[in-house]
Design a protein around this ligand. Structure first.
Ligand code: UT7
Length: 333
């Protein structure tokens, strides 16, 4: 799905992120399941991930990331008009995690709701909020990607438990003043015929958890990794190319590509296909693993705060996840 141009430009005024303190290393995982640091690093690039405490929920991590984004934007929570949280690990099935965050940070004026688009959720939220701001419905929005994937991980399945981690990232979007940056182009896509490749099969209305199936790991993530890998490379490349073309940029104009952080081999393949040198592609998955909706949001914040790009630079964000879903955004910083 593409977009038409709109009169009001929307900029990213601030970014923030938060990861839990507890580090879970590849060595520790090797003592839990039949795996090794060598396998995990070679096949994925992941060296360690963060695990939230038992009493640390998705909303808590999201609130911390949000407050850091607000601080960088020079705004108070009370000024925020809209909060959209992308997550597949909400605190509670209902109400939305966005409502918990609204209360925790004191954003009493904000309308708040969640979206479920797995790893693509943060860029889905960016597009939705950009449009709602540019249409004049809201002056600003806080978008948050937050996940406690450790709560939906099967710790006995070596095929998945080495991949995931917990964390949150956030960004404040608002109307841009003349001369400020803007979200130039966005793209989203979905293929609902491939839901079975990456899913949490139980715990919903299709397969409720009962006393009989409670020990069957139905509420944990399952993935057909090889299939997902191939489609991820194709779809992310296409989505990135679309926003680059729509923005009127060339590969050499791009200061930084910020991809979903699932697998270093996927990231390298996309950089290669887009003809963007590896030193312009931001990677932090060695520290955090795959944090689903939070991954690109944390990466955006770390890239921003580490000086990977400066005002006026062209950056491209691109993501892929369950659904299957994918999305991209071209942003003039
Ligand atoms: O965030 C949403 C999007 N997600 C993604 O984009 C993830 C995409 N997929 C991937 O990143 C990769 O497919 C994985 C990292 C999940 C797996 O890598 P792979 O190179 O596709 O490995 P594989 O699943 O084909 O497994 C190769 C071998 C198998 O053994 P055999 O059948 O060749 O004897 C697995 O049983 O590696 C084995 N294996 C492991 N060995 C040690 C699978 N997991 C592990 C493990 N440690 N943790």
């Amino acid at each position: 799905m593409s977009e038409s141009t709109s009169a009001i430009e929307v900029c990213i005024a601030g970014t923030g992120s938060y990861v839990p303190e507890r580090v879970l290393t590849n060595e520790e995982l090797s003592a839990m399941v039949d795996t090794s640091d060598e396998w995990i690093v070679t096949r994925t690039g992941i060296r360690e991930r963060r695990i939230a405490a038992a009493d640390e929920f998705t909303s808590h991590m999201g609130s911390k990331a949000a407050l850091r984004a607000l601080e960088q934007a020079g705004m108070q929570a009370g000024e925020i008009e809209l909060i959209v949280v992308a997550t597949i690990t909400p605190d509670t099935p209902t109400p939305a995690t966005a409502c918990h965050i609204q209360a925790q940070i004191g954003a009493s004026k904000a309308v708040a709701f969640d979206i479920s688009a797995a790893c693509s959720g943060f860029l889905y939220a960016m597009k939705i909020c950009k449009r709602l701001i540019s249409d004049g419905a809201f002056k600003n929005a806080l978008i948050i990607g937050a996940e406690k994937l450790s709560s939906v991980t099967n710790w006995e399945d070596r095929g998945t438990c080495v991949l995931f981690g917990d964390g949150a990232g956030a960004a404040v979007l608002r109307r841009a003043e003349p001369g400020e940056g803007s979200i130039v182009a966005t793209e989203m896509g979905t293929d609902g015929t491939l839901t079975h490749l990456l899913e949490i099969p139980g715990g919903g209305s299709a397969l409720p958890i009962t006393a009989d199936n409670a020990n069957d790991h139905l509420q944990t993530l399952t993935m057909q990794g090889k299939e997902v890998f191939k489609i991820a490379v194709t779809r992310m490349k296409e989505a990135a190319e679309k926003v680059i073309e729509r923005a009127g940029w060339k590969a050499e104009d791009i200061a930084c590509v910020i991809p979903h952080q699932a697998n270093l081999r996927i990231i390298d393949a996309i950089a290669d296909r887009l003809a963007v040198p590896n030193d312009r592609v931001f990677v932090n998955l060695h520290k955090y693993g795959n944090t689903s909706a939070a991954a690109v949001a944390i990466a955006l914040d770390e890239a921003n705060r580490s000086g990977a790009f400066k005002r006026g630079d062209h950056i491209v964000l691109v993501v892929f996840g369950a659904g299957l879903t994918w999305a991209a955004a071209a942003v003039r910083w």
